[in-house]
Design a protein around this ligand. Structure first.
Ligand SMILES: [Zn+2]
Length: 180
């Protein structure tokens, strides 16, 4: 099965690549222009080199902006559908039916959802176009998938740079003695 994998370079993307390694994966990395983006792009390329038949990087800046009061970046409600849309568009260009995301929690704003629900639920040739094979796994479960893999310490999940050290993804790395 050919699949486009939304590859952020983070721990979830590595877990997803490991889980779907028997498929023909085509990596799409969206460089979103946040402080950690260059580090994430580098990590995404390493994941692609190991697991994917091809790797494409596109730049879409301004999706995420730091809160005016400062502090860590948080994924916004339109992050998920926007990435799904970009992935689906790229898959269409590649003649691929399936787009997979390591996203474990859909954060979809209700208004945005109206417009994207149909696309997110579209089936083509019995395959749901956009799917999340990690389902609603807890971060701890994701850690169990990636912990033995040599690329795990090189993944970049925090949106801040240098990493904030306090978000859940920084915390789990600290808990297991991996550099944040
Ligand atoms: Zn962090």
């Amino acid at each position: 099965m050919k699949r486009v994998i939304l590859n952020s370079g983070g721990i979830d993307s590595l877990a997803l690549a490991i889980k779907c390694k028997d498929d023909e994966l085509h990596s799409l990395h969206v460089h979103i222009g946040v402080p950690s983006s260059d580090a994430q792009a580098e990590a995404a390329e390493k994941i692609a080199n190991e697991f994917c038949a091809s790797h494409k990087v596109i730049e879409v800046h301004g999706l995420l902006t730091p809160p005016p009061e400062g502090g860590p970046l948080k994924p916004l409600s339109y992050n998920t559908p926007t990435l799904a849309m970009l992935g689906s568009s790229y898959a269409m260009i590649m003649g691929i039916v399936s787009v997979i995301s390591g996203n474990r929690n859909e954060r979809v704003n209700k208004d945005f959802e109206k417009y994207f629900t149909r696309m997110l639920q579209t089936h083509v040739r019995d395959e749901r176009v956009y799917s999340r094979p990690l389902g609603s796994l807890k971060l701890e479960d994701v850690y169990q998938i990636v912990k033995e893999h040599p690329l795990f310490p090189q993944t970049v999940s925090c949106l801040s740079y240098p990493p904030c050290g306090t978000c859940p993804k920084c915390q789990i790395r600290k808990n297991y003695g991996i550099d944040v």
